[in-house]
Design a protein. Sequence first.
Length: 153
Amino acid sequence: MAIAADRTPPEPRARSAAGERTGPAGRTLRALAAAHTAAVFGQPVFAGVYLSGDYDALSWHAAGANAVTSLGYLQLIAALVVWIRLRRGWPAAATLAVVAAETVQYFAGRDGALWLHLPLGVATIAATVVLTIALWSTPLPARRPARREGDRD
């Protein structure tokens, strides 16, 4: 009868591309995406407090909109760095789409176009969450130095 101690452990596998560690540009993008998502989730809370009759909460909602917008643009800059340094374009494209929707939502809210502001807010929260999950579940490894002609393996 074989017991667990009699078995030899499997040999470690070679590290695949999916197993690579995320580099500094990817970690920065992930941190900004997480902060952006947290800030986005505050917005319906502030709007709900306002709709409950605390009219001072509208200024909280406006300040939150400024924070969300700022974090979105910082995330876009980090995603562009990932695109340039790591040659991964999908984070920049997805972040650009979210930031564009947030910008439209921002101005719709300022103009009082609630027919657009509310549904776009729901869609923006969903898109931000999906993007953040995708960024955290996909490796964004550091860029390897370019090989020179005289280098050996």
